[in-house]
Design a binder for this molecule. Structure first.
Ligand code: MG
Ligand code: MG
Length: 246
Protein backbone atom coordinates (compact mmCIF):
# COMPACT_ATOMS: atom_id res chain seq x y z
CA UNK A 1 0.00 0.00 0.00
CA UNK A 2 1.20 3.49 -0.84
CA UNK A 3 1.11 6.20 1.83
CA UNK A 4 0.31 9.85 1.16
CA UNK A 5 2.82 12.60 2.05
CA UNK A 6 0.66 13.41 5.10
CA UNK A 7 0.77 9.79 6.27
CA UNK A 8 4.51 9.61 5.67
CA UNK A 9 4.98 12.72 7.81
CA UNK A 10 3.22 10.98 10.72
CA UNK A 11 5.31 7.85 10.24
CA UNK A 12 8.44 10.00 10.23
CA UNK A 13 7.39 11.35 13.64
CA UNK A 14 6.69 7.87 15.00
CA UNK A 15 10.06 6.72 13.69
CA UNK A 16 11.87 9.50 15.53
CA UNK A 17 10.25 8.45 18.81
CA UNK A 18 11.47 4.89 18.23
CA UNK A 19 14.97 6.24 17.55
CA UNK A 20 14.80 8.22 20.80
CA UNK A 21 13.91 5.02 22.66
CA UNK A 22 16.94 3.37 21.07
CA UNK A 23 19.19 6.20 22.18
CA UNK A 24 17.82 6.19 25.75
CA UNK A 25 17.95 2.42 26.23
CA UNK A 26 21.44 2.17 24.70
CA UNK A 27 22.64 4.74 27.24
CA UNK A 28 21.14 2.63 30.06
CA UNK A 29 22.72 -0.69 29.03
CA UNK A 30 25.53 -1.66 31.38
CA UNK A 31 26.46 -4.62 33.58
CA UNK A 32 23.94 -4.90 36.42
CA UNK A 33 20.94 -3.31 34.68
CA UNK A 34 17.78 -5.42 34.42
CA UNK A 35 15.70 -5.73 31.29
CA UNK A 36 12.71 -4.40 33.28
CA UNK A 37 14.70 -1.21 33.92
CA UNK A 38 15.30 -0.84 30.17
CA UNK A 39 11.55 -1.20 29.64
CA UNK A 40 10.96 1.65 32.12
CA UNK A 41 13.44 3.85 30.23
CA UNK A 42 11.53 3.17 27.00
CA UNK A 43 8.13 3.79 28.61
CA UNK A 44 9.35 7.19 29.86
CA UNK A 45 10.27 8.25 26.30
CA UNK A 46 6.87 7.17 24.97
CA UNK A 47 5.16 9.17 27.69
CA UNK A 48 7.31 12.26 27.10
CA UNK A 49 6.48 12.19 23.36
CA UNK A 50 2.78 11.41 23.92
CA UNK A 51 3.20 8.27 21.84
CA UNK A 52 1.40 4.99 22.33
CA UNK A 53 3.16 1.64 22.41
CA UNK A 54 2.39 -0.85 19.67
CA UNK A 55 4.12 -3.60 21.68
CA UNK A 56 2.22 -3.34 24.97
CA UNK A 57 -0.84 -5.58 24.72
CA UNK A 58 0.10 -6.95 21.29
CA UNK A 59 -1.43 -10.46 21.51
CA UNK A 60 -1.06 -9.88 25.27
CA UNK A 61 2.63 -8.84 25.26
CA UNK A 62 3.24 -7.26 28.69
CA UNK A 63 5.89 -4.59 27.93
CA UNK A 64 6.78 -1.70 25.58
CA UNK A 65 10.05 -3.30 24.38
CA UNK A 66 11.33 -6.79 23.66
CA UNK A 67 14.67 -7.63 25.28
CA UNK A 68 16.48 -10.68 23.87
CA UNK A 69 19.93 -11.51 25.29
CA UNK A 70 22.60 -13.81 23.82
CA UNK A 71 21.03 -16.94 22.26
CA UNK A 72 17.54 -15.42 22.40
CA UNK A 73 16.65 -14.23 18.90
CA UNK A 74 13.58 -12.05 19.45
CA UNK A 75 10.46 -11.35 21.57
CA UNK A 76 12.03 -11.62 25.03
CA UNK A 77 9.87 -10.23 27.85
CA UNK A 78 11.59 -7.64 30.08
CA UNK A 79 11.84 -8.73 33.70
CA UNK A 80 14.35 -9.37 36.47
CA UNK A 81 16.99 -10.66 34.02
CA UNK A 82 20.28 -8.94 34.93
CA UNK A 83 22.68 -8.08 32.09
CA UNK A 84 26.29 -9.11 32.64
CA UNK A 85 29.62 -8.02 31.18
CA UNK A 86 30.13 -9.91 27.92
CA UNK A 87 26.42 -10.40 27.13
CA UNK A 88 24.82 -9.12 23.97
CA UNK A 89 21.29 -7.76 24.12
CA UNK A 90 18.72 -7.06 21.39
CA UNK A 91 16.15 -4.33 22.02
CA UNK A 92 13.10 -4.10 19.75
CA UNK A 93 10.45 -1.42 20.18
CA UNK A 94 7.87 0.69 18.45
CA UNK A 95 5.68 3.77 18.78
CA UNK A 96 2.36 5.04 17.46
CA UNK A 97 1.87 8.73 16.65
CA UNK A 98 -1.54 9.89 15.37
CA UNK A 99 -2.37 6.31 14.42
CA UNK A 100 0.85 5.63 12.48
CA UNK A 101 3.49 3.13 13.50
CA UNK A 102 7.27 2.93 13.75
CA UNK A 103 9.23 -0.23 14.59
CA UNK A 104 12.98 -0.77 14.97
CA UNK A 105 15.53 -2.93 16.77
CA UNK A 106 19.24 -3.01 17.57
CA UNK A 107 21.73 -5.34 19.24
CA UNK A 108 24.64 -4.16 21.35
CA UNK A 109 27.23 -5.48 23.77
CA UNK A 110 27.17 -5.19 27.56
CA UNK A 111 30.64 -3.96 28.52
CA UNK A 112 33.44 -5.82 26.74
CA UNK A 113 32.24 -8.58 24.42
CA UNK A 114 33.97 -11.35 22.48
CA UNK A 115 35.37 -10.87 18.98
CA UNK A 116 32.74 -13.33 17.74
CA UNK A 117 29.91 -11.29 19.28
CA UNK A 118 31.30 -8.06 17.80
CA UNK A 119 31.52 -9.63 14.36
CA UNK A 120 27.96 -10.98 14.58
CA UNK A 121 26.61 -7.54 15.50
CA UNK A 122 28.61 -5.83 12.75
CA UNK A 123 27.56 -8.32 10.07
CA UNK A 124 23.87 -8.26 11.08
CA UNK A 125 23.72 -4.46 10.99
CA UNK A 126 25.53 -4.44 7.64
CA UNK A 127 23.03 -7.00 6.29
CA UNK A 128 20.17 -4.67 7.28
CA UNK A 129 21.72 -1.77 5.35
CA UNK A 130 22.33 -4.01 2.34
CA UNK A 131 18.60 -4.83 2.43
CA UNK A 132 17.62 -1.17 2.83
CA UNK A 133 19.69 -0.29 -0.26
CA UNK A 134 17.31 -2.46 -2.30
CA UNK A 135 14.23 -0.40 -1.36
CA UNK A 136 14.16 1.61 -4.57
CA UNK A 137 11.28 2.32 -6.95
CA UNK A 138 10.95 -0.38 -9.61
CA UNK A 139 12.93 -3.01 -7.69
CA UNK A 140 11.23 -6.21 -6.45
CA UNK A 141 10.72 -6.70 -2.71
CA UNK A 142 12.49 -10.09 -2.64
CA UNK A 143 15.76 -8.30 -3.52
CA UNK A 144 15.80 -7.05 0.08
CA UNK A 145 16.00 -10.58 1.48
CA UNK A 146 18.48 -11.66 -1.15
CA UNK A 147 20.82 -8.83 -0.16
CA UNK A 148 20.47 -9.56 3.58
CA UNK A 149 21.10 -13.26 3.02
CA UNK A 150 24.15 -12.60 0.84
CA UNK A 151 25.86 -10.56 3.56
CA UNK A 152 24.97 -12.87 6.46
CA UNK A 153 25.78 -16.14 4.73
CA UNK A 154 29.07 -14.79 3.33
CA UNK A 155 30.09 -14.43 6.99
CA UNK A 156 29.09 -18.04 7.65
CA UNK A 157 25.98 -17.15 9.65
CA UNK A 158 22.41 -18.48 9.62
CA UNK A 159 19.49 -16.24 8.60
CA UNK A 160 16.34 -16.95 10.63
CA UNK A 161 13.46 -18.17 8.47
CA UNK A 162 10.41 -18.34 10.79
CA UNK A 163 10.36 -14.62 11.62
CA UNK A 164 10.44 -11.90 8.98
CA UNK A 165 10.00 -8.20 8.32
CA UNK A 166 6.75 -6.62 7.20
CA UNK A 167 4.98 -3.68 5.66
CA UNK A 168 3.94 -1.10 8.28
CA UNK A 169 1.55 1.83 8.48
CA UNK A 170 -1.70 2.06 10.44
CA UNK A 171 -0.86 -1.34 11.90
CA UNK A 172 2.56 -2.55 12.97
CA UNK A 173 2.40 -5.73 10.91
CA UNK A 174 0.90 -5.27 7.46
CA UNK A 175 1.17 -7.33 4.27
CA UNK A 176 3.36 -8.18 2.51
CA UNK A 177 5.99 -9.88 4.63
CA UNK A 178 9.67 -9.08 4.05
CA UNK A 179 11.72 -12.29 4.35
CA UNK A 180 15.45 -12.02 5.02
CA UNK A 181 16.22 -14.70 2.44
CA UNK A 182 15.19 -15.65 -1.10
CA UNK A 183 11.60 -16.82 -0.54
CA UNK A 184 11.30 -18.90 -3.71
CA UNK A 185 8.83 -16.56 -5.41
CA UNK A 186 9.38 -12.98 -6.59
CA UNK A 187 8.00 -10.18 -4.41
CA UNK A 188 5.87 -7.20 -5.49
CA UNK A 189 7.36 -4.30 -7.44
CA UNK A 190 8.29 -1.37 -5.21
CA UNK A 191 6.50 1.96 -5.62
CA UNK A 192 7.07 5.30 -3.92
CA UNK A 193 5.07 5.65 -0.68
CA UNK A 194 5.41 2.01 0.35
CA UNK A 195 6.82 1.58 3.87
CA UNK A 196 8.52 -1.52 5.25
CA UNK A 197 10.15 -2.74 8.45
CA UNK A 198 13.24 -4.70 7.41
CA UNK A 199 14.62 -6.80 10.27
CA UNK A 200 17.30 -9.43 9.79
CA UNK A 201 17.71 -11.94 12.63
CA UNK A 202 21.12 -13.59 12.24
CA UNK A 203 22.58 -16.51 14.19
CA UNK A 204 26.24 -17.48 14.55
CA UNK A 205 25.13 -21.08 13.96
CA UNK A 206 22.10 -22.60 12.26
CA UNK A 207 18.91 -20.66 11.59
CA UNK A 208 16.75 -23.17 13.48
CA UNK A 209 14.76 -21.86 16.43
CA UNK A 210 12.64 -22.98 19.36
CA UNK A 211 10.31 -21.13 21.72
CA UNK A 212 10.50 -21.04 25.52
CA UNK A 213 7.51 -22.07 27.63
CA UNK A 214 6.59 -18.39 28.10
CA UNK A 215 5.16 -18.54 24.57
CA UNK A 216 7.25 -15.52 23.44
CA UNK A 217 11.01 -15.98 23.76
CA UNK A 218 12.46 -17.32 20.49
CA UNK A 219 15.85 -19.05 20.94
CA UNK A 220 18.54 -20.39 18.63
CA UNK A 221 18.15 -24.19 18.50
CA UNK A 222 21.91 -24.73 18.80
CA UNK A 223 22.47 -22.19 21.59
CA UNK A 224 24.55 -19.91 19.38
CA UNK A 225 24.45 -16.11 19.70
CA UNK A 226 21.86 -14.18 17.70
CA UNK A 227 21.59 -10.52 16.65
CA UNK A 228 18.65 -8.46 15.35
CA UNK A 229 18.58 -5.07 13.62
CA UNK A 230 15.52 -3.32 12.23
CA UNK A 231 14.49 -0.01 10.69
CA UNK A 232 11.25 1.38 9.30
CA UNK A 233 11.93 2.68 5.78
CA UNK A 234 9.87 4.41 3.08
CA UNK A 235 10.42 3.86 -0.63
CA UNK A 236 10.64 7.34 -2.18
CA UNK A 237 11.45 8.77 -5.59
CA UNK A 238 14.76 9.87 -4.06
CA UNK A 239 15.62 6.39 -2.73
CA UNK A 240 15.03 4.75 0.65
CA UNK A 241 14.20 7.07 3.57
CA UNK A 242 14.88 5.58 6.99
CA UNK A 243 12.32 6.87 9.50
CA UNK A 244 13.70 5.30 12.68
CA UNK A 245 16.73 7.56 13.01
CA UNK A 246 17.31 10.86 14.80
MG1 MG B 1 10.49 -4.64 15.74
MG1 MG C 1 9.07 -5.49 13.04
Amino acid sequence: MRRSPDELAKMRKAGRVVAEIHEATRAAIRPGVTTAELNEVAAAVLEKRHARSNFLGYHGFPAVICTSPNDMIVHGIPGDVVLHEGDIISVDCGAIIEGYHGDAAYTTGVGEISAEAKRLIEVTERSLWAGIDQLVVGNRLHEVGRAVQRVAEAAGYGVVREYVGHAIGTAMHESPQVPNYWPGTPGPTLKSGMVFAVEPMVNVGSYDTYMLDDGWSVMTADGSLSAHFEHTIAVTDDGPEVFTVL
